[in-house]
Design a protein around this ligand. Structure first.
Ligand SMILES: O=C(O)[C@H](O)[C@@H](O)[C@H](O)[C@H](O)COP(=O)(O)O
Length: 224
């Protein structure tokens, strides 16, 4: 179990290098398997990585993409993570990738979890998992102290769960058993506050610092 921490001179270098690393790991998988899977966060940080990644020369037609988590809003809503992906990742060379949309249009996310768990199951283990993290140490939609987080961290958690204990809209999230088995795991964070939060998380219980559940074999990419 190793936590590798890579510090970049700036965010642009981080984006270029991380996109290159992810593309290399997907290509490596495609040399020995028919399919590869890429699971990514939404939020405000990963856009530049997606921009570079979407232009890389890999056989995207054999790659399935899905999010770590999604806000339960229409795909054209400004808070939709799918909207970010369609604009920055599922475009250019990556436009031919298969996409599993976690927002299925039902009124409530609970109605979608079983079908989504089934849709994701054939893509496991995730070939490349990219995680983000909030300054509160949440990752995916696993929030500190939330009732759902304790359930989602359990080894027998369903693959996909609805999350209600958040402000704004409800969410849907992949759970620890699915995320922890990824072949390659990266965490992308920027700014001094997130770096400090990650250091704090390393000695805390995952229920209060959910990112801690994923700090086994992981490469952390950081820039100011
Ligand atoms: O939908 C989401 O909010 C994300 O998937 C979430 O887990 C994100 O990675 C962190 O909240 C960090 O978000 P920022 O990059 O905006 O700080």
């Amino acid at each position: 179990m190793t936590l590798e921490f890579v510090e970049y001179p700036d965010r642009e270098m981080l984006a270029l290098s991380l996109a290159d690393k992810i593309a290399g790991q997907l290509s490596q998988q495609l040399r020995t398997s028919e399919q590869a899977s890429l699971c990514v966060p939404g939020g405000t940080t990963p856009g530049p990585v997606f921009d570079t990644l979407s232009g890389t020369e890999i056989d995207w037609s054999r790659v399935t993409v899905f999010l770590n988590d999604e806000r339960w809003v229409n795909g054209d809503h400004t808070r939709s993570n799918s909207r970010l992906l369609r604009r920055h990742l599922l475009t250019g060379k990556a436009a031919v990738a298969r996409y599993i949309d976690l927002y299925t249009g039902e009124a409530e996310p609970e109605a979608a979890t079983a079908a989504l768990s089934e849709a994701i199951a054939p893509q496991l283990p995730i070939t490349v998992l990219l995680l983000g993290m909030g300054v509160d140490m949440h990752t995916a939609s696993l929030f500190p102290g939330a009732a759902e987080t304790a359930l989602a961290l359990a080894p027998d958690a369903p693959g996909v769960m609805a999350v209600r204990s958040v402000k704004d809209e409800p969410r849907i999230t992949l759970t620890a058993p699915v995320l922890q088995k990824a072949i390659h795991t990266h965490l992308m964070i920027t700014g001094a506050d997130k770096r400090e939060a990650l250091e704090r998380a390393q000695s805390l219980d995952p229920k209060v610092a959910p990112i801690r559940a994923f700090l086994g074999d992981i490469c952390v990419h950081w820039a100011e």
